[in-house]
Write a protein of this length. Sequence first.
Length: 497
Amino acid sequence: MTTEIDLDAVAGRAANAARPFAETEPKARAAALVAVADALDAASAELIAIAMRETGLTEARLTGEVRRTTNQLRLFAEVIVDGGYLDARIDDADPEYVIGPRPDVRRVLEPVGPVLNFAASNFPFAFSVAGGDSAAALAAGCPLIVKAHSGHPELSRRTGEVVAAALAGAGMPEGVFQVVAGQQAGVDLLQDDRIRAGAFTGSTHVGRLLADLAASRPRPIPFFGELGSVNPVYATAGAVAGDPALLQGFLTSVSGSAGQLCTKPGFLFVPQGAELGTVGEAAASLAEHRLLNPGIGRAFEGRRTAVLGAPGVTVLAEGAVRVDDAEQRFATPTVVEVDLATLREHRDELLEESFGPLSIVVRYDDAAELPAVQRELFPGNLTSTLHASDAELADGGLADLVDALAETSGRVLFGGWPTGVSVTSAMQHGGPYPATTSDATSVGTAAITRFLRGVAYQNAPQALLPAPLRDDNPWGVPQRRSAAGRSSGWGSLTGEH
């Protein structure tokens, strides 16, 4: 990791690596990702010990996070070898095409070029130096520069060394992976013309500043920011009556990792008169947890004070924040209750994300008003959740609410809790603003598409075509082919696996 940074040299190395890396044969690039995963697994004991010291997260949580990080690298390796992500399309020349003579046109997705990834604080492995954004960019064939998070500098440096050594050992081009430190370094690199895309996980305020910076460049670039999300949960009367574990599941989700998760449920809607149990007693049974760093701790403390001081708030579980000699904060869950009218009236004080173990229970009178509530108060979320009985789900009365959740969220859950994001091909971890600056996902195999762009080649000679578009198909990727003589339709899908 660079400390005294020659940013021009960093960007230059990434730019020089762009074409050689893009042309790397898929099996070789996939093998490089597996080599990184193997190296991280081998170094996991050392890395987890550093992470525990720098972040205060538990060994069990970090062990699972390393497993998730290495598994997603291996998953992207499978995606690369399969080749379907390239979306190779071939339209053969056809002088008899129904709307006029058609040239030979071939389209494929190609890497956008050097990517700058701003690492997150709350996932020191899975959304950091070797996390999902990094894995997706490298899988796409893009040289990667990671701006390390200041919350875990030693871990970032050491992880960067492990990743760089593994990529070099796998024969990847020089400059394909670099780590830099410092806020100004990240800002300066984001404005460098050689950077062609940005990725970010963090606060709405900082993410919006960076997104605006990326958009205001002389040549604007795509910026994929995962920002704030409050992840509302709606529970019907049938769900509250039929699920005695609802309260405990809610509190576990709110307090996990000290509530420092982008999918933490910030609001739980329940009917007026519904009995949740003794929230204060249940919350008091949960142990305190250190917040990630003093800055995050201070921000949570201020946010908690604002919520507790808002008009119309009833405290269900007051929680506490303890400060040690190193200015680290240790918190237990705070849960408050308001009615829906109060939430609407004091939205400025209550709707902002509380990054930490705090959530708001909202009492409503009629489930029919919930779709409008979602559209009005929660226009952009990573997740939204519905708890309802089987009978309530079957009778169709909740269809409008489900539509509202889908319009305003990247992932809609039926039952369960939004914390815990599976790394799968179908996962969507991104939603309408302010959850993200785009609707793209940062988790799952679809995340690779953020760092690809379409290029079409018209009447190109075979020798100058990219490998995925050549007739001999040396990479064996799927090719959608529309042959001459077809007036419409996709034609055939070819390619070996």
